[in-house]
Design a protein around this ligand. Structure first.
Ligand SMILES: O=C(O)CCC(=O)C(=O)O
Length: 269
């Protein structure tokens, strides 16, 4: 993450970082995703008779590796530079588009879900798990639109998503080899295309927010994680730390425990 990347993020609401993860790291991430797909963990969230759009959310209960990813020094440096400290990770998810009938995810902004006042103070890190091209429906973003208010409706193609409608003439197709990353802020409209190709394509989205700009719902901690990456509550993800993070599972009820036990590892693929 260079100053140019940070400048582009602040001006355009997104930035693309090819090769963010080293090939060895990218291969480890893909192994995890392949394991979930083979085990049938992701759920098809398209409505019946549509093409398939498989989603797994959240990821952290399923993978020590993905619990560790936010603590990767490169990730901490990047989100700290983009959002300012203290940074908290709140969510992770994976979308898998099967070959042939893989369906895109329609246009939306993450702020339609998260609702923070300054859309630049929260971002997604979208990781290309497979090479992501225009042909297999890579991530698209609309530059410079993050301050606009986009109305969202129920997404007729999905059983729980919402969507907006926009003129996508200005959209940028973020083509990336596996391991490349797009950072985009909560206000940036984004979508993915269908995957008519002969190979599956997966992307992982991890969401971060500057804690001081979090919404009331985020502070309440019922729906999203509070994994402190920087600031006085940061654990570093290492064993032996004393701070307790109250992390809750998908039902929003179970106290998961001490952050060091949850995140007690460094990023070692
Ligand atoms: O990868 C996808 O299909 C959708 C990604 C996305 O919309 C998100 O991470 O918010």
């Amino acid at each position: 993450m260079t100053p140019d990347h940070v400048g582009q993020y602040k001006n355009a609401g997104y930035t693309i970082v090819p090769g963010f993860f080293a090939p060895r790291e990218a291969a480890a991430l893909k192994r995890e995703v392949d394991r979930w797909v083979t085990a049938g963990l992701p759920r098809d969230v398209s409505i019946p008779d549509k093409k398939r759009n498989l989603q797994l959310i959240p990821l952290w209960p399923h993978s020590r590796l993905f619990r560790a990813v936010p603590f990767h020094p490169k990730v901490v440096q990047a989100v700290s530079a983009l959002l300012g400290d203290p940074v908290v990770k709140i969510l992770d998810q994976m979308f898998y588009k099967p070959p042939g009938d893989g369906m895109g995810t329609n246009w939306h902004t993450d702020n339609a879900y998260f609702r923070i006042a300054d859309p630049l103070r929260g971002c997604a890190m979208w990781i290309a798990i497979d090479d992501a091209t225009r042909e297999n429906g890579t991530l698209k973003v609309v530059p410079g639109a993050y301050e606009r208010e986009f109305l969202h409706d129920r997404d007729p193609d999905s059983d729980h998503h919402i969507r907006t409608y926009l003129d996508e003439a200005a959209a940028v197709h973020c083509e990336l080899e596996a391991g490349g990353v797009v950072f985009f802020c909560f206000g940036t409209p984004h979508a993915t295309g269908p995957n008519p190709s002969s190979r599956g394509r997966a992307g992982v989205g991890i969401h971060f927010v500057n804690r001081d700009h979090a919404s009331q719902a985020m502070r309440a901690g019922d729906r999203w994680q509070h994994v402190h990456l920087t600031g006085e509550c940061a654990t570093g993800g290492q064993a032996g730390v004393r701070r307790v993070n109250l992390l809750r599972d998908g039902d929003g009820v179970r106290l998961i425990g001490i952050a060091s036990r949850i995140h007690g590892m460094t990023f070692r693929p």
